[in-house]
Design a protein around this ligand. Structure first.
Ligand code: PMP
Length: 293
């Protein structure tokens, strides 16, 4: 479905309106200073997956940016359900967003109003699912790094934090890769542009400690599912020099779900991974099952 064909009803500051009313003024603080926070929620069979967790994170992100929470948790949950129902979305991607308004160009934006909106798209990501199952080809670009803990509000899903990931992703795509993986300043693996990363070695699961990047809701779900399946999980530092030790790798996120990595490039090294590993297969299956409940 193209943008022209789809004219959704969005939720904006408490009301359901046609998307045309969602245009924002050019002096909007969020546009100039990145003072917005958002969520990405998937809808499976009319039901938003992990809705409470996403709304909780949205409110946490807003608090981190000193953005006034105009709506309570249950109001926002209700509004997501309202957008799903009003647009008759069965499989979809929902994006709640909150931002500082246009009252001043001053950096603090203290006097700016806060705005809250929710948009829903029919699921365009489904189309990429088949390609994803074959495994992605990712690039590690040492130029762009994840900032150390304490340098960014990394527990917030804040728009301003995406600048580096966007540049690294564009660089990776320009060089023929599907996505990028960022290292921290000590050469440890952190995450992909908008997804967390896992590895498998000798039937055990390894994932970087989320100490300077977003601890994704899918990441947390996969850790719970793995524990239920009796898979031993290690949250630990993963130095880039050890990437050759792993047999399988995959990324997790609301949009990509559980997606295998076929290969990971780092300078003149290319690591190949088994996209058909049986544990990965089990995790994909149990994740899919979870989305159906
Ligand atoms: N890291 C970043 C930077 C992301 O944007 C996302 C997507 N929200 C993730 C990780 C995965 O998070 P989740 O599983 O909550 O979608």
């Amino acid at each position: 479905m193209t943008k022209q064909q789809y004219s959704p009803v969005i939720w904006l500051n408490g009301d359901y309106v046609k998307i045309k009313k969602g245009n924002i003024p050019i002096m909007t603080h969020a546009l100039h200073y990145g003072s917005s926070v958002y969520e990405g929620i998937r809808v499976y069979n009319h039901k938003p997956f992990k809705l409470a967790e996403h709304i909780q994170r949205l409110l946490h992100s807003a608090e981190q940016l000193h953005l006034k929470a105009l709506y309570k948790h249950d109001v926002l949950e209700e509004a997501v359900l309202g957008v799903v129902a009003r647009n008759d979305l069965d499989y979809a991607y929902i994006r709640p967003i909150a931002w500082r308004g246009d009252e001043t160009p001053r950096i603090d934006g203290r006097i700016c109003t806060s705005h809250w909106g929710i948009i829903g798209w029919p699921s365009f990501i489904e189309q990429q699912r088949e390609k994803r199952k074959q495994g992605l080809s990712l690039d590690i670009n040492p130029t762009w790094r994840k900032a150390p803990a304490g340098c960014t509000p990394h527990t917030a899903k804040a728009s301003g934090l995406y600048t580096v990931a966007t540049i690294a992703r564009l660089d990776a795509e320009d060089r023929g890769f599907d996505d990028t993986v960022l290292l921290d300043t000590h050469d440890n693996v952190t995450e992909a542009s908008t997804a967390n990363i896992f590895f498998i070695k000798n039937n055990e699961l390894y994932t970087p400690i989320a100490d300077c990047f977003l601890n994704g809701i899918t990441r947390q779900t996969v850790l719970v599912l793995a524990a239920k399946l009796g898979i031993i999980c290690h949250e630990c530092k993963i130095p880039v020099s050890t990437l050759g030790d792993y047999q399988t790798a995959f990324i997790t996120g609301t949009a990509v779900e559980v997606t295998p990595i076929r290969e990971l490039s780092h300078g003149d090294r290319l690591y190949s991974y088994d996209a058909h590993n049986h544990l990965l297969h089990k995790l994909c299956e149990s994740y899919e099952q979870a989305t159906k409940q």
